[in-house]
Structures are given as C-alpha cells and as structure tokens.
Ligand binder design. Sequence first.
Ligand SMILES: Cc1cc2nc3c(=O)[nH]c(=O)nc-3n(C[C@H](O)[C@H](O)[C@H](O)COP(=O)(O)OP(=O)(O)OC[C@H]3O[C@@H](n4cnc5c(N)ncnc54)[C@H](O)[C@@H]3O)c2cc1C
Length: 214
Amino acid sequence: MARVLVVGAGPMGGLPSALLGRRPPGPSPRRVVVWDQARGPGGRMATSRSPYNSRCTADLGAQYLTFTPQYSERHPSFYDELLANRVLKPLTSSVEGMVVKEGECNFLAPQGVSSIVKYFLRESGVDIFYEHRVTKVFLRSGKWEVHRETGPAEELDIVILTIPVLQILQLQGDIVNTEETESQRSEETEAQRSEETEVTWQPRGGAEIRTHVV
Ligand SMILES: Cc1cc2nc3c(=O)[nH]c(=O)nc-3n(C[C@H](O)[C@H](O)[C@H](O)COP(=O)(O)OP(=O)(O)OC[C@H]3O[C@@H](n4cnc5c(N)ncnc54)[C@H](O)[C@@H]3O)c2cc1C
C-alpha cells in the first residue's frame, strides 16, 4: 500500500487530504497521513477560542474568503459544498478596508475560519498527527525518508508539502538540492502572476514532491 504524507494542516493541507481521502482506492490503495508542527489545525486560518466562553472566538489569520469569477469557474464545487454544510455564509456586513471588486463575493465562517480546514480534514478521514515538525527529507532508493523533530523517521512513497515556501527551503536533506525542472521554472514564473500555484520538485531519478505556493 502506497504511503502518502501531507505536511501541513492548513487549508492547503486540508483540501488535498479530503480529495485524496474521497478518491476510490482503485488498483493501488494508499494510506494518507497529515503531519503538522502545531497543536491543532488551521495554519494561518487558525481560530482562537476563549477558555471562558467557547462561543467567543477570534480568527488569527484569514478573516473571510473571496470568491472571484476566476475561482467560480475553476472550483465551484468547493464553495457550494462549504455553503451547503453551513461552514461558510455570505459576508453581508462591511469590514474596514475591504475592497469588493465587481463579480466577487465574500464569505465568512460563522464557527471561525479554522472550521473550513477542520471540515476538509474531517471529510478526508485521514490520520492527522500534530506536534510533528518535519525537519529533514531525504530521497533513498526512490522513497522519501522524512524526519521530524521528535520521534523516528518514516519512509513514504509520496510527500505533499503544503508549508510556506520559506519553511520548505529551511528543510534539510534532498529538497533544496533537487534540480529545478523546466515545468517548475515555468510554474514559478506563473506563481508570480497567480495567487496560487502548485510547484513540483522532480529530483533526478526520484519520485515527485509537490507543494502549493500561495
Ligand atoms: C494576518 C493574516 C490575514 C489573512 N487574511 C486572509 C483573508 O482574509 N482571506 C484569505 O483568503 N486569506 C487570508 N490570509 C492568507 C491565508 O491565511 C493563507 O493564504 C492560507 O492560510 C495559506 O494556507 P496554507 O495551507 O498554504 O498555509 P498555512 O495556513 O500557513 O498552513 C501551513 C501549515 O504548515 C505547518 N507547518 C509549517 N512548517 C512545518 C513543518 N516543518 N512541519 C510540519 N508542519 C509545518 C504550519 O503549522 C501550518 O499549520 C491571511 C493571512 C494572514 C497571516
């Protein structure tokens, strides 16, 4: 069974985990696990709750989601699903400094912005391990050997890095030494124009590593 590790339990870790978890196993079944260095999910979409009143929450990063016409063509089902499950609702009040462009709509998460990530992680059905900080990634005989701050290293077939690029570049091992491919170079150029782009590392003779640049 192929072992897949998603590093990061922010929105970019939650959504691919849900997509992988929903895919029928097919002829090559896989086991997906998520590791995050934090104590809970959300990443920069985290929500803090008052210890005295659980209804009193503060979103620490993202406040609202903007549905642009471009996204409405590419990812309509994600928004429809979150709206249908009451994870999102249209943002009707104004937020100081918010610029609303023509054709765009904004949504907020009534249970806190981390509920979006929690929803996808719950849907994914995958195993999630917190306080697992990835420190080194090595390529050994076509498999990825992933080290964490505490605990033994593990061997994986596929690693999906969703952590911020600067933190990826701080990882020790074979990631920073891998050669850029033409597609990566062109996608990085694209990343400068686009808000989100998937970047793939394909080391010589090795398996792929993918990350999402936001
Ligand atoms: C103040 C602020 C306001 C924002 N407002 C908005 C907004 O209104 N609307 C909007 O759409 N976006 C907003 N954003 C941006 C939005 O939060 C990010 O685009 C989004 O969270 C990126 O998701 P991600 O999963 O790529 O990364 P992150 O959310 O950063 O998640 C990465 C995860 O990786 C984990 N991680 C990092 N390094 C390691 C490691 N070595 N090992 C294991 N785990 C690791 C982190 O703990 C984290 O959970 C805002 C961001 C900030 C900071």
